[in-house]
Design a protein around this ligand. Structure first.
Ligand code: SF4
Length: 80
């Protein structure tokens, strides 16, 4: 599993920086269809494209250590 993982959803690029994740699972609670924790309690993607944009955005914003990032279609960082 790469340290930085990305998926496309809703025209955004969603990025997990696994080196920052502290594994409390706030993102998983907020969007269980988008994120899960692996065996080391580090966030991984499930299928963020199946989660509505607002829920996905909130799940990324909730990360206490800014391990989840959203880039818009122009590559501008909109979360955090
Ligand atoms: S909310 Fe952030 S720190 Fe917590 S599990 Fe998700 S990515 Fe990791």
């Amino acid at each position: 599993m790469p340290a930085i993982d990305e998926r496309q959803a809703h025209g955004w690029t969603i990025r997990i920086d696994r080196t920052l994740c502290v594994g409390f699972g706030d993102c998983v609670e907020a969007a269980p269809d988008a994120f899960d924790l692996d065996a080391e309690s580090v966030a991984i993607f499930i299928d963020p494209g199946t989660v509505d944009a607002e829920t996905l955005r909130r799940a990324c914003e909730i990360c206490p250590v800014d391990a989840l990032m959203i880039l818009d279609t122009k590559g501008q960082q909109i979360v955090p």
